[in-house]
Ligand binder design. Structure first.
Ligand code: GLN
Length: 495
């Protein structure tokens, strides 16, 4: 048998159920893989005691024939999720020492379904970033490299630790969150699969807020099937999140027939942007051919407001962040600055926030406060909200014409070198999200599927965007793409 940590969730589930493997053995294999992968800096808090306890409980349930969907499956949890009694810091110094008294709804759902938590995963601070370099823990590292070149590459962001951990087989799957691409972009850069479901599919309760009208939880896994299995457990209607939906959760895995004959796939012409590497264009064309060969009808579509998506996102997301992050004031959570004689409450707020937040988070708070200020509210924030409505309408019109899913590149490049963007204008980093933010602005489901390798041997991903609430259908199209692409490559182990 292959090393247990290399199994997919579906494979492990079958071996656990047949009694050929115990959760304890599986969990120990993952814990030792985590121990051996310090160089990836993927896990920022390890929870081996909790993992082994949960594994033991899972083994008892398996033995008793009472095994829920994820019974005994070891997962990593993004540091943005509040996990009871376990450090949950959103990779920020301002939440230093914060151990929540409660469990997020999504992690509770996973644990109710028998999942095992190996620890908390690295990410960009408060999920703001595309390279994992804004983390207070230092960046996670992509297990992939350019051929024999040992330049350390970004695993993407913000869910970079999750992507690195899944790609390096440290866990069977991981949770991510996606506000503007933070599940799909890291998955694309690491050869893994991730879905951001429709806004409202997963409860946001207990997930540290970045931009509440955009944030969604989702799974990051080795295969499309595993994403379907994990998403099933993560979704629920939750009275504690008024934006979570009361729709029934379909059986995502049961929908995976791989048959997409008669489906209509839209190719949006506005996503063909200048300066994109030929290889991205080529993989997009290849993906289109694959879906055609699988029996889908491919049509050209127009999403005319696409070019305004990035500016609108970088107004709306900071605006919401500036409000959400106002609560970190040195009184209620985490870090408080040391005060000098004579300092009052204002100095306490100022010093705490100046010390606790990193540069990118401070930049977002300043931008957000500015666009919400009385003099500029209409010019920026309200205008961005109107643009958001137009972007949503573009998608609605495409779907009304019978399009079932939209195929685009997931990212404008393969993984880039850590530190390469250090001196660049911050807008250069924001351009990473050019293909993904539209989906959050419109509240739609989007999935990233590994489609091939570039000339340097790095994975490239394609994105499929679906109709609202039709994740089952979207995952099935993703399965057809995954099957046709036949991506089986793994990073060569160097860590
Ligand atoms: N990279 C984007 C940003 O920095 C998206 C982040 C996310 O999806 N959490 O805002």
């Amino acid at each position: 048998m292959t090393e247990l940590n290399k199994l997919t969730i579906a494979e492990a589930r079958d071996l656990l159920r047949s009694g050929d493997v115990t959760s304890k053995a599986l969990t120990e294999a993952c814990l030792s893989a985590v121990e051996g992968a310090g160089a990836l800096n993927a896990f920022v808090h390890k929870t081996p005691e909790i993992a082994l306890q949960q594994a033991e409980a899972a083994d008892a349930r398996l033995k008793a024939g009472d095994a829920p969907a994820l019974c005994g499956i070891p997962l990593g949890i993004k540091d943005l999720y509040c996990t009871k009694g376990v450090p949950s810091q959103a990779a920020s110094n301002i939440l230093e020492g914060f151990k929540p008294e409660y469990e997020s709804t999504v992690t509770q759902n996973l644990f109710d379904d028998g999942a095992v938590m190996l620890g908390k995963l690295n990410m960009d601070e408060f999920a703001m970033g595309s390279s994992n370099e804004t983390s207070a823990y230092g960046n996670a590292v992509n297990p992939w490299r350019r051929g024999n070149d040992d330049t350390a590459l970004t695993p993407g962001g913000s869910s970079g630790g999750s992507a690195a951990a899944v790609a390096a087989d440290l866990c069977l799957g991981a949770t991510g969150t996606d506000t503007g691409g933070s599940i799909r972009q890291p998955c694309a850069l690491t050869g893994t699969v991730g879905i951001k479901p429709t806004y409202g599919r997963c409860s946001r309760w207990g997930i540290i807020a970045f931009a509440s009208s955009l944030d969604q939880a989702g799974p990051m896994t080795k295969t499309v099937r595993d994403s379907a299995i994990m998403l099933q457990s993560m979704c629920s209607h939750d009275a504690k999140d008024s934006t979570s939906t009361d729709l029934p959760v379909p059986d995502f895995e049961a929908a995976l027939t791989g048959d997409i004959r008669g489906k209509t796939i839209g190719i949006p012409r506005e996503y063909r942007i200048d300066g994109i590497p030929d290889e991205i264009d080529a993989i997009w064309k290849r993906g289109t051919e694959m879906l055609k060969d699988a029996g889908a009808k491919v049509v050209d579509i127009s999403l005319p407001h696409t070019k305004y998506a990035l500016p609108a996102y970088y107004v709306i997301a900071p605006a919401e962040a500036s409000s959400n992050l106002a609560r970190y004031d040195g009184v209620r959570y985490g870090h408080r600055a040391k005060l000098a004689q004579g300092d009052g409450i204002t100095e306490m707020y100022e010093k705490t926030r100046a010390e606790g937040f990193g540069h990118e988070v401070q930049r977002r708070i300043m931008v957000g406060t500015y666009v919400l200020s009385a003099g500029f509210y209409d010019a920026y924030y309200n205008r961005a909200r109107k643009v958001r409505t137009l972007i949503k309408r573009d998608f609605e019109e495409a779907f009304a014409q019978g399009v079932d899913a939209i195929l685009t590149p997931a990212t404008p490049s393969a993984a880039f070198g850590l530190g390469e963007m250090k001196d660049a204008d911050p807008v250069q980093m924001y351009l990473n999200d050019v293909f993904t933010v539209t989906v959050n602005l419109a509240g739609l489901p989007g999935v990233s599927v590994p489609a091939g390798l570039d000339k340097q041997g790095l994975p490239l991903g394609l994105q499929l965007i679906g109709r609202p609430w039709e994740e089952a259908d979207l995952l099935n199209t993703a399965l057809a793409l995954e099957t046709a692409a036949g991506f089986v490559d793994k990073p060569a182990k160097w860590w």
